[in-house]
Design a protein. Structure first.
Length: 334
């Protein structure tokens, strides 16, 4: 039987219809309005994707157990990939941003894996058709044709292996959604720290160094004789939702980290860091309802954050309406 939060007015975010109307942007009355949208939740803002030192800072918001911090540090010292598992919404992907922020490793290089993902695409892509079209366009003035490096773009994995003084952070997101051979293919690259771009290695000696595009906006990197070889192994965070097991050889070379569901104290800290202490003060009942619901079905922490954010904006939250939608179960029994 699905859990229904008990309500006797305590979960109501407002007490009058006027306050209810204040937070409603869409009213379903068929009337056109030019309504200013309020600020989005901090975790849904995209205008400034990089961490800063203000309230939008991704680093200080991340809450993690001390034991998990030790595993992360072990992976950093050993230069081994971190294999992170946990329920959806446990903070697996956000962990990569937190590590990159604290270590000042620059923007996260993200590779979202799906059933069609190949290691080749993550390393580099060569636009042979584009180069042919450019050559035909300049066939009467070949000196004006674009250099071959313009048609080679490194992917997130390839960019992570570019030589640099400081390593980059590579997030391989949801590796378990990829092809069954993908983990071992990826492991070979990580073990060697290098890969070849045949289209460049075949060039004559006088063109041994070519500037290619990278996964960074406007980024370029020189490649010598078609070989990309890292000087510092990248910090690698690999996430998995546990949909399938990985080969033993792959797991042996990674450090496992399981992010469990946060307990009550951690939940309060997460809410406070994301939305402020004032939001937490008015949401104790939501925390209780979330914990009760999570005890009988899978929930993600951001579902609680969504509820608290809407409560702080004046939304009415009760068991028969919005709260039930926000705290819906994620597993098949929900």
């Amino acid at each position: 039987m699905a859990y229904e939060p008990e309500v006797s007015g305590v979960l109501d975010g407002s007490s009058s219809s006027g306050e209810d109307d204040a937070w409603r942007l869409f009213r379903g009355d068929g009337r056109s309005r030019t309504t200013a949208l309020p600020p989005a939740p901090p975790w849904r803002r995209f205008s400034d994707p990089e961490p800063t030192e203000d309230d939008d800072d991704l680093g200080p918001r991340y809450v993690i157990d001390p034991a998990d911090i030790d595993v992360i540090n072990a992976a950093l010292h050993l230069r081994r990939p971190l294999l992170v598992t946990g329920h959806p919404g446990a903070g697996k992907s956000s962990l990569a941003a937190a590590i990159a922020y604290e270590l000042n490793l620059g923007p996260v290089l993200r590779w979202p894996v799906n059933s069609r993902s190949t290691l080749q695409d993550a390393l580099y892509r060569y636009d042979a058709i584009g180069r042919l079209q450019d050559a035909n366009l300049h066939k009467h003035s070949p000196g004006d044709a674009a250099d071959i490096g313009t048609f080679v773009r490194l992917g997130p994995v390839g960019t992570a292996l570019v030589p640099a003084e400081r390593p980059r952070l590579l997030l391989v997101d949801e590796l378990d959604k990829g092809d069954i051979d993908l983990p071992n293919d990826l492991l070979n690259v990580f073990e060697e720290g290098t890969f070849e771009i045949p289209e460049l290695s075949r060039l004559p000696e006088e063109r041994s160094e070519v500037d290619v595009l990278t996964a960074d906006p406007q980024g370029r990197s020189p490649v010598t004789r078609g070989m990309v070889r890292c000087t510092e192994f990248p910090v690698v965070v690999i996430t998995s939702n546990g949909e399938r097991d990985f080969p033993p050889a792959f797991r042996r070379r990674c450090l496992p980290l399981h992010l469990g569901d946060p307990n009550e104290n951690r939940l309060r800290e997460i809410v406070s860091r994301h939305l402020g202490g004032h939001a937490l003060a008015g949401a104790e009942d939501l925390v209780t309802a979330f914990l009760n619901q999570r005890a009988v079905g899978e929930l993600a922490t951001d579902q609680l954050l969504n509820a608290v954010f809407l409560r702080s904006g004046g939304a009415r939250l009760d068991a028969d309406g919005l709260l039930k939608a926000l705290l819906h179960r994620l597993n098949s029994g929900g």
